[in-house]
Design a protein around this ligand. Structure first.
Ligand code: PXG
Length: 444
């Protein structure tokens, strides 16, 4: 039996400097994926791996779904690329209309980017430019939150609150402040859905306003449900309270829905689940079920319209990407939204939520399990760290899951995150949770 390296990688693994990966550990012992279908990945040796994380929170429709594959194939044959600046192609407009129609309230204009990080930078830039357009150019401060993840651009890491993503990169953007995160294990352990405790933490925005004065603050950006940091659903009432304080002081509120958008919490957007209308929503990932890079910002009418003045031949917003609204991404997006609708996947997610939460909570009491959080079709399981280092136990769990249990999970610190494709069946949930339980025992 030839080594895996020879089988699937005639090239040297060395050249690819992998993102957010322990490169040396990976290259010494790779975890290769070469195919996928529906709920499973396939390894080069033909092992079927149950996908517990929808790739990376993105393949909400499951893998290699025929209508999406076919749409991409057809689009590649019809129009490979057309310029995104000063020219348009119909599918980008069609997709923008579809997304605007799905978004709540007057969130009705869509600016396309190619990733969540670009979507976040776009939203922050629109916020700053909006205040300039309104004659309030002193509003330049951006407020994020501890433990927030908003991608890896300089804007995103500046408002983000994940220390390891920030500490190596100097001073980042000036004029940023942070709300406290909303997690307190002593108050919230083993909660299904939104915790009762913590709404008052939104009032910290009042303190920040007192410190800086509202006239200097452009926008607040939060994930309605903090995903990357280890799944922190918002405390009951928290987001409404944040909206209220933003309204009181005229501050824009941005929901980063890169993870929570497109059905993950049982509604098209978390804004709908929590009945809070932000001024902008960022999205990416599941917009086309992770098939072709795409992200974007949905802006309320008033924000968009503030730019639509001046001579009509002049560009209104000096911002955009070569691949904004790329034909392949747009075609994939239209096919994906059709599939979500036809298979009622958002409703399915909502219907599955209680069963999912019950199933995940059965892991309570297993060795080293300190807390479990669930919301929508998302869960996190905090494990006790090994004495010799934070993250080692969960890293082992991820590695053992793949090698010994044919399962893909995602870990951050010593937290296991689960976020399966929304097509998962009830039996699929049982199988997934059974495997996760065995992994947790294996790393005890
Ligand atoms: N905002 C949020 C809320 C995200 O979750 C981004 C922005 C950045 O998106 P891009 O497309 O630039 O990666 C994200 C990305 C994890 C994990 O394990 C989460 C993300 C990416 C990779 C891993 O939690 N979210």
């Amino acid at each position: 039996m030839p080594a895996l390296r020879d089988l699937h990688a005639p090239n040297d693994l060395e050249a690819f400097w992998m993102p957010f990966t322990a490169n040396r550990a990976f290259k010494a012992n790779p975890r290769m994926i070469s195919g996928a279908k529906d709920m499973h990945y396939v390894t080069p040796e033909g092992r079927k791996i149950l996908d517990g994380v929808a790739g990376l929170w993105c393949c909400n429709a499951g893998h290699n779904r025929e209508p999406i594959v076919e749409a991409i194939r057809a689009q590649a044959g019809e129009l490979d690329y057309s310029p995104a600046f000063q020219f348009g192609h119909p599918k980008a407009f069609a997709l923008a209309s579809r997304i605007a129609a799905m978004a709540p309230g007057d969130l009705d204009h869509v600016f396309f980017a190619n990733s969540g990080s670009e979507a976040v930078d776009t939203a922050l830039k629109i916020a700053l430019a909006y205040w300039q357009a309104k004659g309030e150019g002193r509003r330049t401060r951006l407020i994020g939150r501890e433990r927030g993840y908003h991608g890896v651009g300089f804007g995103g890491i500046s408002v983000g609150g994940i220390v390891s993503n920030r500490k190596m990169f100097g001073t980042m953007l000036a004029g940023v402040d942070h709300l406290p995160h909303t997690y307190d294990r002593s108050q919230q352990a083993f909660t299904k859905g939104e915790p009762e405790w913590g709404a008052h933490l939104a009032d910290e925005l009042e303190r920040i306003v007192t410190l800086h004065d509202a006239s200097t603050i452009a926008a607040v950006i939060v994930e309605p449900m903090a995903g990357s940091t280890g799944v922190l659903p918002p405390p009951k009432g928290y987001l409404k309270r944040l909206r209220g304080i933003c309204d009181k002081y005229g501050i824009l509120l941005i929901f980063d829905e890169v993870i929570s958008g497109f059905g993950r919490l049982g509604t098209a957007f978390a804004a709908e689940r929590y009945d809070v209308l932000p001024d902008m929503i960022t999205f990416a990932k599941a917009v086309n079920s992770g098939t072709v890079p795409m992200g974007g910002v949905i802006a309320r009418k008033g924000i968009h319209d503030a730019f639509m003045s001046g001579p009509e031949h002049v560009i209104e917003l000096f911002h955009g990407y070569t691949y904004s609204g790329h034909p392949l991404a747009a075609a994939a997006g239209l096919a994906t939204l059709d599939l979500y609708r036809e298979e009622k996947l958002f409703e399915r997610c909502a219907a599955m939520e209680p069963r999912w939460a019950d199933a995940v909570m059965t892991l309570k009491g297993l060795p080293n399990v300190l807390d479990i959080r669930t919301v929508g079709l998302v869960a996190a399981i905090d494990l006790a760290s090994l004495p010799d280092g934070v993250g080692r136990r969960a890293f082992d769990a991820m590695d053992r899951a793949f090698r010994d249990f044919d399962l893909m999970i995602r870990v951050t610190g010593d937290t296991i995150a689960l976020t399966p494709p929304l097509i998962i069946s009830e039996n699929g949930i049982d199988e997934l949770i059974d495997k996760v339980g065995r992994v947790i025992r294996a790393v005890a």
